[in-house]
Design a protein around this ligand. Structure first.
Ligand code: ATP
Ligand code: MG
Length: 565
């Protein structure tokens, strides 16, 4: 319930603003990534919201509704072009477009500087020579007011001179900052003379060496919103306490009044959604890269086979609230299954092959059996699957001494081969060590296509198979959760979050057998391997002798169920 209330609140506010013509009939939001890493599933929530709102209000906003993409690039040491490119690719993939509205906070550096000068002239900002540590200490606590800086009452002239010289590069990093002059006794710590500018002699990816002072987030963000005339600035809850400061700058400068509203971050079980931690996983070699399919980044989810529509549906379903929540990963997987059930073609693949010889089937015969591509979508059509004397079935679909409820293949028992024939096991062949290496069967020619025979016999089990002579060798990568613990940040005394990594998050099957139609499959295509799950062709297929598949998700929600028991 609460989840819908926050979204309802935002929608009501936008409607009110449209009715009162507060913004001239416009709705403008923004998505403001910092290009210091790859986007993750948490960002998807913000993207779906910020791009979704203007889509929803398109018809009610006579002057237009849109979402700007703004790179919040005020931290030159951590930001790179590679990340900018990846962010744009991922937003497009998710299904959203910013048109020509691509902006950079760094494009506003000159304007931000001019406004800082104005604040100095109005005695609303001053240059402070305290160290970062001294500033932190003099800020006070929630129960104690802060101590004013000894530089708080510098003259306007001195401040203008020092700020100008900061810009010119006369001072070393960290020696001085520009601070807003607000209230050192404010109950809100963010209002106790926050830092606006710091000295940083670093080359910026876009402005190069033009600047050696850079604005802090709190000073840059609201003013960037205002420059772009953002009507509704939707951000995560950790900025709630910063809102008075956001409003203060806009008020003091008398500029366009963008309005900030907060919603809760998305947190998912068994993974981490903070770029800092994701980077640590990449740099520490715990995963193969930002797009390792075990990662929660959008590029990894794409590679894993998650459809963008499933991610959008998940974000919608999760909704917004004013409370931090840990969302069950099974909920995301549920939407992935829903989507893939509708869209993915079915194929047959055997991950752990056991050889089956059909002794009464002609050795030189091959039949093309007709198979339905997607029972959920007639337009997906049919394909043919070759059937011949020697097949592979899944090893676990055969048991030599089965318990009563085992309805698959066993000595003397009959099963249906999907789209094939009914076969009965007559013999088991073992190697010297006693391992089963082959199963011998007979087939009933009256069951072609898997149909029931005229005598009315029944079978309970249907299993999948591939023709040994026709199957392709494939590599299949089976994934489990990246972290064993539900909340990886839940660390026992003296432990480390990395200790929660799941040592079995990846299992590679090198010798899977898949039906020959998959020879044409392209990287990024997703299939349902009948009875096994959804699998996506990995780009590594190009470097490999056969196709490489990532397991996107299993068929059954066994993981979610296991959590409950
Ligand atoms: P991180 O902690 O992963 O670095 P961030 O908030 O610093 O996240 P930004 O690039 O600054 O990352 O975020 C861009 C936008 O995405 C911001 O508006 C931010 O609030 C939003 N966002 C980031 N993480 C989440 C999340 N987990 N859930 C919802 N929104 C998020
Ligand atoms: Mg950030």
């Amino acid at each position: 319930m609460e989840a819908t209330r926050t979204l309802d609140f935002i929608r009501e506010m936008i409607l009110d603003d449209l009715r009162s013509d507060k913004h001239g009939g416009r709705v403008t939001t923004r998505f403001p990534p910092e290009p210091n890493g790859y986007l993750h599933i948490g960002h998807a929530k913000s993207i779906c919201l910020n791009f979704g709102i203007p889509q929803d209000f398109k018809d009610q906003a006579p002057a237009g509704a849109r979402c700007n993409l703004r790179f919040d690039d005020t931290n030159p040491t951590k930001e790179e072009q590679e990340y900018i490119d990846a962010i744009k690719r991922d937003i497009h993939w998710l299904g959203f477009d910013w048109g020509k509205h691509e902006y950079y906070a760094s494009d506003y550096f000159e304007q931000l500087y001019d406004w800082a000068v104005k604040l100095i002239k109005d005695s609303k900002a001053y240059v402070c020579d305290l160290t970062a540590e001294e500033i932190r200490k003099s800020r006070g606590t929630l129960t104690q007011p802060g101590t004013p800086s000894p530089h708080r009452d510098r003259s306007v002239e001195d401040n203008l001179d020092l700020f100008d010289r900061m810009r010119k590069g006369e001072f070393p990093d960290g020696s001085r900052v520009l601070r807003a002059k607000i209230d050192m006794a404010s109950p809100n710590l963010n209002m106790r003379d926050p830092v606006m500018y710091r000295i940083l002699h670093a080359k910026h990816p876009r402005t190069g060496g033009a600047w050696c002072i850079y604005p802090m987030y709190d000073y840059a963000h609201g003013q960037s919103d205002s420059i772009e005339q953002i009507t509704h600035s939707l951000c995560t809850l950790e900025f709630e306490d910063h809102r008075p400061l956001y409003d203060w700058f806009i008020e003091q400068l008398g500029i366009y009044p963008s309005r900030q509203t907060e919603f809760n971050r998305l947190n998912l079980t068994h993974t981490v959604v903070a770029k800092r931690k994701l980077r640590a996983l990449v740099e520490g070699g715990h995963v193969a890269g930002w797009d390792d399919p075990r990662m929660p980044t959008l590029s990894a989810l794409r590679r894993r086979g998650y459809p963008p529509a499933a991610i959008r549906a998940f974000c919608d379903a999760v909704g917004l609230s004013k409370r931090e929540q840990l969302i069950d990963l099974a909920r995301l997987e549920y939407h992935v299954r829903e989507e893939l059930n509708r869209t993915a073609n079915r194929v047959m693949a055997v991950l752990d092959p056991l050889r089956v010889v059909i002794t009464n089937y002609p050795a030189d015969q091959v039949e093309q059996m007709e198979a339905v591509n997607n029972p959920e979508d007639e337009s997906a059509g049919k394909r043919s699957v070759p059937f011949s004397q020697v097949l592979y079935i899944e090893r676990e679909d055969f048991m030599e001494n089965p318990p009563g409820k085992f309805f698959r293949l066993a000595p003397g028992r009959e099963v249906r081969l999907r789209y094939g024939y009914w076969i009965t096991c007559t013999d088991v062949v073992k190697d010297e060590a006693g391992n089963i290496v082959e199963v011998r069967c007979t087939y009933d020619p009256l069951t072609r296509g898997g149909d029931s025979p005229p005598d009315g016999r029944k079978v309970k089990g249907t299993i999948h198979w591939v023709s040994a002579a026709h199957a392709l060798d494939a590599e299949v990568r089976l994934y489990d959760t990246l972290f064993s613990r539900e909340d990886p940040n839940d660390v026992p005394e003296g432990g480390d979050w990395l200790d929660n990594l799941n040592p079995d998050s990846l299992r590679i099957v090198k010798d899977a057998k898949v039906e020959p139609s998959l020879a044409k499959a392209e990287a990024g295509q997703t299939f349902q391997f009948e009875r096994l799950g959804y699998f996506c062709v990995d780009p590594d297929s190009a470097k490999s002798s056969g196709p490489v598949f990532n397991r996107t998700v299993t068929l059954k929600d066994s993981w979610g169920k296991a959590q409950k028991t």
